[in-house]
Design a binder for this molecule. Structure first.
Ligand code: NAD
Length: 260
């Protein structure tokens, strides 16, 4: 039975992915703030270490898969926390679990980024200079980097954190490929989860989220993202490596038909 670790397994896309992979016969090690096999806070260096140690102790050092779903949305009014969970928390687990993935069977990882990763470019990403060293910057530095966005700094930090995350995954592609570990990202648009509902309830973002109509005129369902992730995790996707899969009901093609 393949053993797969999933962060953010208690809710939304992570919970749907855990359910789908369990149904198809995998053993799941969930990592979350609550209701998970490993309880850990990915916003802190200590919590990230606990998460890695908790997973390694439950898989005897050999892991067949890793899905990184844990994340915070744009409505969270703390850019440092958004960057801490979405970028630093995810990258710490990717790197911390890589040695165990190398020992797994047909190992693969999927990182949940966002279609927002395309809303800034790496060249203009305000977090790019702050993440280059690999060390987490002071919270004040992250605040200052996104301050120009004013009350929309959460959205700016969110897009920047997801852009940096997709870049971080792509930069690992040569080493991971040579080690036989596939890694890809998925980039969802609006998906019906507690995170989206919190955005809809936010006075700054709610109206835009509620009124925007995608070419497929509804929000995605967590199970739809989970089935894409399950495919990418399976040996059927054996030659798929280093790619980002948009799953957004056609929004990216609508807004940027000439850029892909
Ligand atoms: P969700 O809020 O339902 O689930 C997120 C999970 O992450 C929760 O279980 C939460 O407890 C966990 N988490 C948050 N902070 C954590 C921390 N510090 N330590 C450990 N776990 C933590 O949200 P979701 O919509 O399922 O989001 C899953 C991923 O999908 C996120 O990375 C999000 O950015 C991304 N995403 C979601 C949407 C959407 O519309 N729902 C769109 C694009 C991308």
């Amino acid at each position: 039975m393949p053993t797969i670790a999933i962060t953010g397994s208690a809710s939304g896309i992570g919970a749907a992915t855990a359910e789908e992979l369990r149904r198809s016969g995998s053993g799941i090690i969930g990592v979350d703030l609550r209701d998970a096999e490993v309880i850990a806070d990915l916003s802190t260096p200590q919590g990230r270490e606990q998460a890695v140690e908790g997973v390694l102790s439950r898989c005897d050092g050999a892991l067949d898969g890793f899905v990184a779903c844990a994340g915070l949305g744009p409505q969270v009014d703390d850019p440092g926390l958004i960057a801490g969970v979405n970028y630093f928390g995810t990258v710490a687990l990717l790197d911390g679990l890589f040695p165990a993935l190398r020992k797994g069977k047909d190992p693969a990882a999927v990182v949940v980024s966002s279609v927002a990763s395309t809303h800034v470019t790496w060249d203009e990403n305000p977090l790019a200079p702050l993440v280059q060293s690999g060390d987490e910057p002071e919270v004040d530095a992250v605040d200052a980097a996104v301050a120009a966005a004013g009350e929309y700094r959460g959205q700016y930090a969110y897009a920047a954190s997801k852009n940096a995350l997709t870049v971080a995954v792509r930069r690992r592609v040569p080493e991971w490929g040579a080690a036989g570990v596939r890694v890809n990202t998925v980039a969802p648009g609006s998906v019906e989860t507690p995170l989206l509902r919190a955005g809809e309830a936010d006075p700054r973002y709610g109206q835009a989220i509620r009124e925007f109509v995608a070419p497929i005129p509804r929000h995605g369902r967590p199970e739809e993202v989970a089935s894409l992730i399950a495919y990418l995790m399976s040996p059927r996707a054996g030659f798929v490596h280093g790619a980002q899969f948009v799953i957004d009901g056609g929004v990216d093609a609508l807004l940027r038909p000439g850029r892909f």
